[in-house]
Design a protein around this ligand. Structure first.
Ligand SMILES: Nc1ncnc2c1ncn2[C@@H]1O[C@H](COP(=O)(O)OP(=O)(O)OP(=O)(O)O)[C@@H](O)[C@H]1O
Length: 239
């Protein structure tokens, strides 16, 4: 879905600042994520992409600035209430419980809103998780863990999913599968904020890109301009 001028963003950041102790790492991040849209944050290591996701989730030790979901102020919402506000987070480390089975991991997060997918819908989107429903987390491949980390959030009924480098360390065939799943989720109306260094993957799912450097946004552009921007991206992102 493309951006509609004048509509209220589903997720809106204005002048977001963030700190780890004395270290000031986010310097006024502003972005808009429209309902049904997918945006990708790109930038070199240390640019502040993960910290932006963590700030949205209230996982930074200190943050300031405006964070709104569907117009609602998130600045006082603690991390355990973020799902109720409509947002879920798939961190880079995935957070799968090793001693629990696929099915148990899937059932862990509570359903917080109507409209979440049923377990059967989730298994039809991820047939390999259905096959492995009784396997413990320890027995899953990296790709299966990534799929489970995404699948687990789909039950909750959140409207926005933040995904930190979902393709990192995975084989091309698995990356393709994850891309197909994200496109399927977009068709269902899900709103996605991705951090991703893999342009080839990101261009398939993203509607727009935000380029980050030193804790702030340099520019935003639609995916149709990605090709023309490649030289600049090589300079800024270093890939
Ligand atoms: N737990 C932490 N404590 C202190 N500083 C941190 C911590 N995590 C990240 N930083 C610092 O915050 C800055 C932004 O890091 P961040 O991880 O957000 O960048 P990134 O763009 O996601 O990069 P990467 O791809 O390496 O994760 C960096 O200077 C980093 O060293």
């Amino acid at each position: 879905m493309s951006r509609t001028t004048g509509a209220e963003p589903l997720l809106k950041l204005r002048d977001l600042n963030g700190w780890y102790g004395e270290s000031h790492v986010l310097h006024g991040v502003s972005l808009d994520l429209m309902e049904g849209e997918t945006i990708t944050l790109i930038g070199r290591n240390g640019a502040g992409k993960t910290s932006t996701l963590r700030a949205i989730m209230n996982l930074l030790p200190r943050r300031e600035g405006e964070i709104r979901i569907a117009g609602k102020d998130m600045s006082k919402v603690p991390v355990h209430r973020t799902a109720h506000a409509g947002i879920g987070y798939v961190p880079e480390e995935r957070g799968i419980f090793a001693s629990l089975s696929v099915a148990e991991n899937l059932m862990l997060p509570p359903r917080v809103a109507a409209g979440g997918m049923s377990v059967e819908e989730i298994y039809s989107l991820f047939p390999n998780l259905a096959e492995r429903r009784n396997s413990p987390g320890t027995k899953l491949s990296g790709g299966e863990q990534q799929m489970l980390a995404i699948a687990r959030i789909l039950r909750t009924g959140v409207k926005i999913i933040l995904l930190d480098e979902p393709t990192e360390g995975l084989a091309p065939v698995i990356i393709q599968r994850i891309g197909d799943v994200l496109i399927e989720l977009k068709k269902k109306g899900m709103t996605l904020l991705l951090v991703e260094q893999n342009f080839r993957f990101a261009r398939k799912v993203a509607d727009r890109f935000y380029l980050m450097e030193d804790g702030h946004i340099l520019e935003s552009f639609p995916t149709s301009e990605l090709h023309a921007k490649m030289d600049r991206l090589h300079d800024v992102v270093g890939v």
